[in-house]
Write a protein that binds this ligand. Structure first.
Ligand code: SF4
Length: 222
């Protein structure tokens, strides 16, 4: 049970295995492999959800990257038929699959990694910027409830980059945005030197600017 993975709903989270990106702050690197374990048979998940009807409000498909699952839309359809709201945590790694999933999704937590030209610094993948921003466009075109979020490692992400990113999101019409300061928990030890520290006074000025641009803006520890 989770109170933080779907706004204002009690939810459970299905962590889907597999992700081709290699974000330095990833808290779930054990899910990168497409055959990561433990695996649960779908029947066990449906049986669990049948017992929780009326107790839980929502089911969030997370990962890894859930849009890589070929069975995602069918799984969402079956969970929705049980009466649950459907949440999706995604970086939009497969825009076409995201577009299909959005037919069934009620709320999306969307990771916008960085400015398009800088995404590869975060993800380690050269075309990730165009893919990430294409998926954001698809999401915004659908009118589905969402939160965009960016996780920040200060040694990879200075305040000026962040300021430019927020202005670009404002230009895209993003209304709900969270900056998440990365924590070491769950990160690979070899990546923790990227955590860094920002200049605090300049950071406070940036948060004020963000609030003037994005109506629902927050900062949190990720
Ligand atoms: S896209 Fe998400 S799951 Fe994949 S490496 Fe990045 S943070 Fe981890």
């Amino acid at each position: 049970m989770s109170t933080v993975d779907y706004p204002d709903h009690l939810a459970c989270v299905l962590f889907c295995q597999g992700c081709p990106w290699r974000c330095h702050y990833c808290h779930n690197p054990h899910l990168w492999a497409p055959d990561a374990s433990p695996l649960y048979p779908w029947e066990a998940i449906e049986s669990f959800l049948l017992k929780r009807q009326g107790l839980l409000d929502a089911v969030v498909f997370s990962g890894g990257e859930a849009t890589l699952q070929h069975g995602l839309a069918e799984a969402m359809f079956r969970v929705k038929a049980l009466g649950y709201h459907i949440g999706l945590h995604t970086a939009g790694i497969r825009p076409s699959a995201l577009a299909r999933a959005l037919e069934l999704v009620d709320w999306v937590g969307f990771d916008i990694k960085a400015l398009p030209e800088s995404c590869a610094t975060i993800t380690g993948i050269s075309n990730s910027g165009s893919v990430n921003w294409r998926s954001l466009e698809i999401l915004l075109s659908r009118g589905i409830a969402y939160e965009c979020r960016t996780t920040v490692l200060w040694n990879l992400f200075d305040l000026e980059h962040l300021r430019q990113l927020v202005h670009k999101l404002h230009a895209y019409g993003v209304q709900c945005y969270a900056i998440q300061i990365a924590r070491p928990q769950g990160m690979k030890k070899s990546d923790r030197h990227h955590l860094g520290t920002p200049a605090t006074s300049a950071m406070d000025d940036l948060w004020i600017e963000c609030r003037s641009l994005i109506p629902d803006f927050k900062v949190r520890l990720s």
